[in-house]
Ligand binder design. Structure first.
Ligand SMILES: Cc1cc2nc3c(=O)[nH]c(=O)nc-3n(C[C@H](O)[C@H](O)[C@H](O)COP(=O)(O)OP(=O)(O)OC[C@H]3O[C@@H](n4cnc5c(N)ncnc54)[C@H](O)[C@@H]3O)c2cc1C
Length: 224
């Protein structure tokens, strides 16, 4: 299906992009990789009068790793994560999960910020953000602020982002590496093992549920 008509702008600075988004009474939309927005336009689920392309905003790119954790620029693509070997140890969950996003062509264009802003509950990145208590840094007309993932996602395809706000980066805290914790005792019925729940695993710990495995082996030995 053909896209509806819209104006297009490709600003080179963040203030310019914010100004453009704010200038259309909520009818302008940012576009990053276009992998979710373009289908939405095609199906007339979104009909912005202006698309503000973020691809020339260099400030939104780059992956930073520090003692505090991993910071992903909003325009970091899935492919950038795949290609960054540091993340194998800095954030194994992110590295492993992103390999499951769609196929190569989509991973080559889709961005972290686009996925967070789109807030598809079936997508990998919102799940990682919630699991790891991510902080989402945004900038808009009223200035910069940080939103906790739990406050950012308000429902399927619904977020706390204002129409003139742009996600700048997503911060995944160190030691926010999630643990695969054993489910509560009453659910240990063999059908609900390996539930991914927000948790804190020690950095470098192999598997936080080793105790669980030991208990299971002991129970199996008891059964003979
Ligand atoms: C066939 C197909 C299969 C897919 N499979 C998967 C999958 O298995 N797992 C998965 O997680 N995803 C999947 N996706 C989605 C894909 O990962 C996209 O990368 C993701 O939705 C983000 O899209 P984008 O960067 O292209 O953002 P866009 O499509 O450009 O934008 C999406 C939304 O985010 C807003 N936006 C974008 N960037 C910003 C920003 N910095 N600040 C504020 N708002 C912003 C836009 O205005 C728009 O509302 C799939 C997509 C397709 C087409």
């Amino acid at each position: 299906m053909k896209l509806p008509p819209f104006d297009y702008a490709c600003p080179t600075t963040l203030p310019e992009a914010i100004e453009l988004l704010a200038s259309h009474d909520g009818d302008a939309k940012a576009i990053a990789g276009g992998q979710s927005l373009v289908p939405m336009l095609a199906f007339r689920l979104a009909q912005p009068t202006l698309l503000v392309d973020l691809r020339k905003l260099a400030d939104l790119r780059g992956i930073r790793i520090s003692d505090q954790g991993v910071t992903l620029g909003a325009m970091v693509r899935w492919r950038d994560i795949e290609d960054d070997d540091r993340l194998k140890t800095a954030h194994p969950l992110l590295k492993a999960a992103i390999a499951h996003v769609a196929h190569y062509q989509i991973r080559n264009r889709g961005t972290v910020g686009g996925s967070i802003a789109h807030a598809d509950p079936a997508a990998e990145m919102p799940g990682i953000a919630m699991t790891c208590d991510a902080e989402i840094a945004v900038v808009g007309k009223s200035g910069a602020h940080v939103i906790q993932a739990a406050d950012f996602f308000q429902g399927a395809l619904t977020t706390a982002l204002a129409p003139d706000e742009i996600i700048v980066e997503i911060r995944l805290p160190a030691l926010g590496i999630p643990g695969i914790r054993p489910p509560p005792r009453r659910f240990r019925d063999g059908r609900s093992r390996g539930v991914l729940r927000p948790g804190r695993a020690r950095q470098g710990a192999q598997c936080p549920c080793r105790g669980h495995r030991r208990r299971r082996s002991a129970a199996a030995a008891d059964r003979g």
